[in-house]
Design a protein around this ligand. Structure first.
Ligand code: RP5
Length: 174
């Protein structure tokens, strides 16, 4: 039911602050960590498939309606000719974070270049290939500019990473 002839499903009914969209269900394993990070930080999000090429009208509807529905940041993942993040960025003023998905014989470099090389005037933040974790953390950083509790949680997360590394250092030095 993802084609142009079927009615688009409502994107969400729960007032999400972050919207995670991806070009295909085959992107889901790569995009799942973003959902896990947002869950961990208690940020309401929605997750859906929106293809720039196969469901162009659904993409337009999604991008035009996102801000009005209360979404504050869009995370968009796509592979190959990865036009979804850039096309969404062109149809909204919300910040869009693109995740290049390694989906083809070109190892994800094709997706990376597709997303990062936006024309002047239409910015799209780009994280590393398959790194949806960082996309979610960047989205949370954006939300934390007006949600102080998220800033605190980000500090705690960073301290957790520091502790993990220091524990490993300790192991090596024993
Ligand atoms: C892109 O094409 C999707 O984002 C996906 O990464 C890639 C392959 O899609 P499928 O053929 O697996 O549906 O649009």
């Amino acid at each position: 039911d993802l084609d142009e002839t079927s009615p688009a499903k409502p994107f969400s009914s729960q007032h999400p602050l972050v919207s995670i969209v991806m070009g295909s269900d085959s992107d889901l394993p790569v995009m799942k960590p973003a959902a896990q990070i947002l869950t961990r930080f208690g940020v309401p999000f929605e997750l859906s498939i929106v293809s720039a090429h196969r469901t162009a009208m659904r993409m337009e509807e999604f991008a035009h309606g996102a801000e009005q529905r209360g979404v504050r940041v869009v995370i968009a993942g796509a592979g190959g000719a990865a036009h979804l993040p850039g096309m969404v960025a062109s149809a909204t003023t919300l910040p869009v974070v693109g995740v290049p998905v390694k989906a083809s014989v070109l190892d994800g470099v094709d997706s990376l270049y597709s997303i990062v090389q936006m024309p002047r005037g239409i910015p799209c933040a780009t994280v590393g290939i398959n790194n949806s974790t960082n996309a979610a953390l960047l989205a949370i950083r954006i939300l934390s500019t007006y949600q102080p509790q998220l800033q605190k949680a980000l500090y705690e997360y960073a301290h957790g990473l520091e502790d993990e590394v220091l524990a490993k250092v300790g192991t090596l030095e024993q």
